[in-house]
Design a protein around this ligand. Sequence first.
Ligand code: PLP
Length: 443
Amino acid sequence: MTQKQTRTQLAACSSQLEGSAELQATAKRSYVMRKAYMDHAATTPVDPAVLKAMLPYFSVAFANPSSLHSAGQEALAGVKQARKKIAEILNGHEDEVVFTSGGTESDNLAICGIVNSVTQPPLLRGATPKGVGGSIPHVITTEIEHHAVLEPLNHLEKTGKIELTKIKSGPDGVVNVKDVLDAIKSNTILVSVIHANNEIGTIQPVEEIGKGILKWRKANSSIYPYLHTDACQSAGYLDINVEKLHVDLLTLNGGKVYGPKGIGLLFVRRGTKIQPVLRGGGQEKGLRSGTENVPGIVGLAKALELTHAHKQDETARLEFLRDRLIQGLLRISKTRLNGHAEKRLPNNVNISFMDIEGEAAMLYLDAKGVQCSTGSACASSSLDPSHVILALGMSYEAAHGSLRFTLGKSTTKADVDYVIKIMPGIVERLRKMSPVSLDMKHF
Ligand SMILES: *Cc1c(COP(=O)(O)O)cnc(C)c1O
């Protein structure tokens, strides 16, 4: 097949999809079933335009982008175009974008890749990095990170590979810039601070931390510490310009920005000393081996392009709905908003309802067509209360009674008003059932 023929097929495949009765029927079915999906922080639906951009890469331009024949080059062109688009959005370079399987892998690559680059001597070529000295490397993070950051760091600490400092957040769920900067030592190689928290939506001062780190590096003529941020939750709403944020590493994924799941990326600033975690065919400049997820990469780029274009409008629209929902739910007695009221994502509402089990409330809401979550999605299979809500200084009971509603593109004012209307009844019912009066000291 010539390249021209392939392109014609690409176009045909896309336009066929547009009129697909099957797809429309599926969309309609899911719309009818769902009254109000308010769990966008867990994942978002794939935008139809994203799906459309992806489809040709499954069956028409399906070849391996590493193949030198024309079909391979067609797939490679899709990857290259996606990389270029994403680099523009991040205000970085194309060679700084490393595609991965998602947010978890990107976080692990950032952490293990940087730690390994100083603990595995061959790659240092004899040069001990200034600022690392003779001691084991030190890493700074916060108590309110996603598990994909906390767990690899905990493991490295437990196995004696790193020394770890976890900065506490304030009771408002925001970390203090000075606390982070004051923790930097001569052997600190990495600081990892989430851009916006996935449970309570609080926005962290990454830009200011970045500025402080640059100053520290200059004063100590060191290339360390590097700054990593996990921007999975913020990408749809906040500026993810890597120059403005002064980050060396930045994590993104598709499933939180109306793109596909199972695709993500790590921005790695030029010159950063980092080692791969996955070794093999040497894709992604050797930093992440494995055949590229071409449809996923194309979809991620399209998704980021769309969220980037609609960021301002969508932020304003959702902030209005968020505040309406917060005000409505706080009218219920013995409730409290978790996390700073303003320094929070436009789509996040996290409320503790005293004397109720969050899980039970979530199930009642689900039966009434509202999908939300308790704690984080990853933790909800266990009964451990959320580490983020506990980090705010809340009691176990308050953490157990917390619900997270995360709004998104499909959310309307009517949805919000519906939740405000049904929630008091659910809370009242559950409180009547509650056999014990629980700890009230935080209310
Ligand atoms: C969802 C999420 C992750 C994990 O991403 P996956 O693509 O599911 O691996 C990591 N960090 C944050 C902040 C997230 O919200």
